[in-house]
Every structure is written in C-alpha cells, then in structure tokens.
Design a protein around this ligand. Sequence first.
Ligand SMILES: Nc1ncnc2c1ncn2[C@@H]1O[C@H](COP(=O)(O)OP(=O)(O)OP(=O)(O)O)[C@@H](O)[C@H]1O
Length: 630
Amino acid sequence: MAEKTMEFKTELSQLLHLITHSLYSHREIFLRELISNACDAIDKIRFAALTETDLLDGDSDWKIRLSEDKEAKTLTISDNGVGMDEEALVENLGTIAHSGTKAFLARLQEEGVKDNPDLIGQFGVGFYSSFMVADRVVVDTRMHGKDAVKWESEGTGSFTLGEGERETRGTSVTLYLKEDAAEYLEEYRLRSLVKKFSDFIEHPVVMKVTRTKTEGEGDDKKEIEVTEDEILNTQKAIWLRAKTEISNEDYNEFYKHISHDFNDPAEVIHYSAEGAMEFKALLFVPEKRPFDMLMGGGDQKAHIHLYIQRVFISSDFENLLPPYLRFVKGVVDAADLPLNVSREILQENPQLDRIRKNLVSRILKTLATMKDKEFDKYLTFYSEFGPILKEGLQSDFENREKIADLLLFETTKTEAGKLRPLSAVVEAMDEKQEEIIYLSAEHRGLAENSPFLEGFKADDKEVVFFLDPIDEFVMPQLHEYKGKKFKAANKGDAGDDKELKEEKKKFEGFLGFVKDKLSGVKEVRLSTRLKESPACLVGDEYSMSPHIEAMMRRMGQPVPETERVLELNPTHPAVQAVQAMYEADKDDAKLGESVELLRDLAHVAEGSKVDNPAAFASRIADLMARDLKG
Ligand SMILES: Nc1ncnc2c1ncn2[C@@H]1O[C@H](COP(=O)(O)OP(=O)(O)OP(=O)(O)O)[C@@H](O)[C@H]1O
C-alpha cells in the first residue's frame, strides 16, 4: 500500500499536545496501558477462536513480549493478539476520541492543571500515554487474513500509514524513547514495573534476559553468557487466591489495571459463592467518578469482566450488573457457564440472572455497612455516586427499599450542605405522622426560605429537601418507605381547613374575583399552610415542580403548560388589604394590579420568574414611593 499521512481528530491532537508537553509525573503508567492493550488483544482473539478456530492460524502460545534495543533506544511491546487492519488502526488510533475528551481538555486548561495525575487517571489516556516517554511511536500490526499495516506518529497533528512488516498475527508497538526516558531500557526497571502493574495478568509477559551461567565441572568449569526468555509476571489470577494471601497493594494494582483509574478503590468486595451457583467475584467501588461519568455522560451500562473457569470472555458483559451500579468495577469468574457459545446466547443464560442478583445484594450490603460504620467515607462515596445509585429506585423494584436505605438528603434539620440518611428522618418522626414531607427546590437557600415550609416549621415537622433534579423523578417511584408515603410540601391540598370557616365566608366573593382576574390559575383558595407569607402557588399531587419545568425548558424539552392553585393567606395584612379594597370598590383601578402583585409574589418566593418582571418592578417601586413618603 502507498504510504499516506492523515490528520488526528482535533481533540486527539490537543490531547497529544498536552501529553507530550505537560505530563511528566507517573509517566511509567505507559507500560501498564500498553501491556493491558496487548492482553485485551489476546483475550479478543482467544474468545473469537472459541467458535472459529481457524482465526488462530495455529498460533495460540499467548505471549506479551518486551524487547529493548539500547543502541536504537527503542522499547517494543508486542503481542500475538487479534491485531488490526487498516480500518481498525485509523479508527482506534487516530479518529475516535474518548467521549469526554473535549470536556477533559477544557477542565485541564481551566484548572491550569499541568501535572495532575488524578485528572488523567480519571480520564484514562490509554495508548496515547506512550507519548509521555516516546517522541516517536510505530505500531506494526497484522490481523488474521489481512496484510500487515504500519502506523507511525510523533504525537503531533498527524500520523502516517504504510505497509507493515509483521509476518504473524498480532501487534508490535515500538517506542522511540525520549532522551530522559532511557530508564525504560533497563531490565531491572521493566521487571519492577511489570511486577508492580501487571503481575496478575493472565498471559506471560516475557523478556530476553542475559545471565552468566557456570558450566562444566572441576577444571572444565567455565562461565558462559546465556540469553533466555524469562517470564516477568506470576500470572496468578488474583481473584482465585485466598484473601489472606493478597495485600492491599495487590488489590489496588489489579483495580487500576482493570479500571484505568489512578486512585486506589474505596472498597474491595472479594468473595466466592458456592452451592447452587459457583463463582468468584472481585469487585471494587471506586473513590472518584471517572471522567465521563463526571460530565454526566459516559456509558450507561455496567462493565464487569467475565471469565468462565479462568478463560476471559468479555470486559463489558452487560448483564452482570444493573446500570445503576455501573460505577462498580471488577471480575466475575463463573464455574458453570458454557464456554463454547456465542456471547449473545450467553447473555441470556439464566445462571447470569442468579449471579447478578447475588452481586447486587452483596454490593448493596457492603454500601449499607459503609454507611453505618464509616459514615464519612460513605459521604464521599455518596457525593460521587449517589445520583447514579438513585436511578435504581426506578429500575430495581426488588431492591427499592434497600436502595432507599442508602439515600441521604439535606433536611430542615441539617445544616446547609450536610446530609442525613432518609432512614434517620423516618426514625425521628412522630409515630402518628403518616407521610414523609419533601420539598423539591433548585438549591438549599430557596428550599429553606420557601413559604411552603411555614406550616411544617410551626408544627416542628422535618421536611426533606430534594435538591438533585433526579430526586423529583425517581423518588415518587418509591411510593412509600418504611410504611410512610411521600408528600410534597408544595403540592396537593394542605389538609384540614375547618378552622377557616369564618374566613371562607368573608373571602368568598374576593376569591372568585381573583380567579377571574388572573389567567393560568386553576383555582384560588385560602391557605392553611402559610403562616407568614401572603401567597403561594400549589401544584397537583403528580405535577412537576416549577424549577424542574424550567430546567426541562432550558434543555429544550417540551413541557405542557400546567395550571396551579393560588393559595392566599387570610391572616396576612397584604391579602387583607387587597380584600378590603375589593369590598370597598370593585372597580378600583389599583385592584387588578394588586391581585397580580399577589400572584407575582408567590412566583418570586418559590424562585420562579414572574411573567412580566418590568411591571412587577415598577409596582414595587410605586409601593415603596408611597410607603416611604407616608
Ligand atoms: N495491542 C493492540 N492490539 C490490538 N488492538 C489494539 C492494541 N492496542 C490498542 N488497540 C486498539 O486501540 C484501541 C484504543 O486503545 P487505547 O489504549 O487508546 O484505549 P482503550 O484501551 O480502548 O481504552 P482505555 O485504555 O482508556 O481503557 C483499543 O480499544 C484497541 O481496539
């Protein structure tokens, strides 16, 4: 094939620029990334060959080889994995940028973070980490039944493609090391890095090693140099080992290998299930959200590595965990699943269902223990993954109550920013109270000062704040928790209005007048929930809160117009004054304006926009002028 030069996708180009110019710390991770890729490539071909043996071309002596050339200053990592053809090369190493690349770059720039391994760890630059140590990288690769192809780049704006030299299936990545990266040519350095990062990798990582050996006996004894392949890793699947044999360090490195995270995990769950179904699981709860999840996007599916009797099947086996636990990473090694079937058929195997149930229950139990025993640690977990966990209320009916046990909220009884378990709110409730009262608001300040709380404050009832937009969507799915139903403070009627008998008579005509005057108001009634504010707008039991409606509109979602009930506080002097105005002269020119002002006040107090802000401002200004003059 003729050699051709192609441009990297813009974001990739920027990413590479950053990697080559700014990232110096932790650069040894390039080896982990390249060995990981080699291992994945071997797993891919091995799995495909389970159903199509021809793909192997007789080569199934799996190996990842490190070879260094001290003169040329190159380090090559090669494998006999699946390899790539031209199309795959272009797609994988040139045009497809990680979904969060743009956002990642923006954040790096914004924070002025040059040397921030945390951020990079969350993002995972994979193959491109080679450019931290090399100023030129050559990938020579060959796929079954295809010609070898070569990819070459200096990590600037472009890469070239040409004919490859590999004669057998697999990939060789050659790094032309930077002047200051010569340490990666040294045997001891490579050996210790493999030990540290890739010891548990199932396939052997080999390197040619020259040793002096003594041969012969007595006078014939002589020293000779022998160069042999040596395996650098123990290849012991960590999840099969006894817990007592595994150090935290081992767990942490294994976690980093499968997750590409830089941080240690927050929690390790390692166990064997025996009996009706046999499997071993090694799961990790990360400490931080990975970058794509951080931006609210990312893959919505859980990816657990599935092995069957130590044979790797897939790194993204979707059915092993429900999407709301997608932050959990790990490995499941099952004993009783059939090996020689396609992935699609395997996905439907009923055993998987049982494994999933078992994993979910184990994870939820681990989180519950963390919440009860290490609340501060749980708070960190919750701030990272709470919103994702909540999605389970909508999808996992069987475990709804257990998920609800894990939820934390701000309430009228917590300081701003402090969270309290929902379970504690219910436990502290008066037994006679049948409902958990909540108020959905855009932020704490609005919630705290909402007129809807006035009645509950007077009765000393705790109100739970729903400050995460998802709360309003998922919490109603619960229907009830610990036998208590949920009730919105700003929706439905506020209960008993018998005390208002007198007022009702007095205000009857006025309420009808207000209703006629205002468009978009469903009903006007006297309020039992207001104590200090003059007015509020109340939605139906199942309606959306106004700030959620506003948010959906901002996102371009269609939101039907909803009419709400205007509630007036008959004890408030402003309401009384407008009512008196009405009684005195129904045709008073100021009456209509004052009625509108009452409605606008209700809007402002709940944090919504008034329909006509200029008119509102001018009415307030008039009132001020009058009041202050007098
Ligand atoms: N040795 C290899 N053999 C075959 N394909 C490879 C090899 N190395 C990389 N690739 C291909 O290139 C893709 C991109 O690799 P890269 O390391 O950038 O990301 P990744 O491994 O998919 O993701 P991450 O490293 O963030 O988990 C891989 O998904 C794989 O398809």
